[in-house]
Design a protein around this ligand. Sequence first.
Ligand SMILES: NC(=O)c1ccc[n+]([C@@H]2O[C@H](COP(=O)([O-])OP(=O)(O)OC[C@H]3O[C@@H](n4cnc5c(N)ncnc54)[C@H](OP(=O)(O)O)[C@@H]3O)[C@@H](O)[C@H]2O)c1
Length: 241
Amino acid sequence: MAPVNTERVRKVCVVGASGKLGRYMVRQALERGYEVVGVCRERSVPKLAEFEGRMTVVPGPTNDPEVIRRAVAGCDGVLTVLVPWGVRQYASGTAQSVLDHARPGARLVFSCGWHITRDGKDSYSRMFLALVWLAARLAKLVRAVEIDDQVEACRRVFASDTRWTVVRGSNLEEGESQGLPVWSRHVGDPVLASNLTRRVDFALFMVEALTDDTLVREAPAIVGRLTPSALAHSGGLHDHA
Ligand SMILES: NC(=O)c1ccc[n+]([C@@H]2O[C@H](COP(=O)([O-])OP(=O)(O)OC[C@H]3O[C@@H](n4cnc5c(N)ncnc54)[C@H](OP(=O)(O)O)[C@@H]3O)[C@@H](O)[C@H]2O)c1
């Protein structure tokens, strides 16, 4: 399978384009001159009105293989927002559709949170684990969120032989860009201790990953580059700025 020439990414698909992270990624991909295709639920298409005429929208559920097959056709990269919403394997269905239908060699970049672990070597605070446990239990009770399914989605990505990157976001906040976040392979690294990233910079990291081959088959955990822990500990650690 011929890898994408990352110098020459021309067309990208944003799966989950209508959300906050998705819209930041659409904007940044357009600014880079990429041709952009976005997928979102039919009722969310109006949320992409600001991009009318500048992108193609394929409306439909992101876990529908046929919708994804049409959307990713001819794309050099696919940016996928993996969310745990719903109770019908939305996240794993979305990831599987992208893995099955993206063109061989395409760069596939997925978003998730720190709670996803690739190799079990992440070290979480008791508070973090308690919050994830509580969120998972509450989610099951209200039957609106399936955190386990986001875990399954990432397991499938990690097991695939595609050119994937899984970007693990810290807590998020809105605000002006501070530049490309710094990252570490493992939660628990002191550089990540501040646990905060601007959402716009999460998007920046995802879009930048399309052309960064050093991130292929990595699951970087990110943190804002101007946070106290990044300033104190980055010292060149995975600092791609
Ligand atoms: N929020 C955080 O603090 C946080 C922390 C760490 C990592 N992350 C990660 O960051 C990424 C973006 O998360 P975000 O919280 O910032 O959300 P977001 O960008 O606002 O995106 C939410 C997405 O979920 C979709 N969605 C909402 N309800 C849905 C439903 N019932 N069924 C199907 N899809 C539904 C939205 O689609 P519509 O536009 O159609 O509603 C949208 O695409 C995710 O990968 C998340 O795991 C978030």
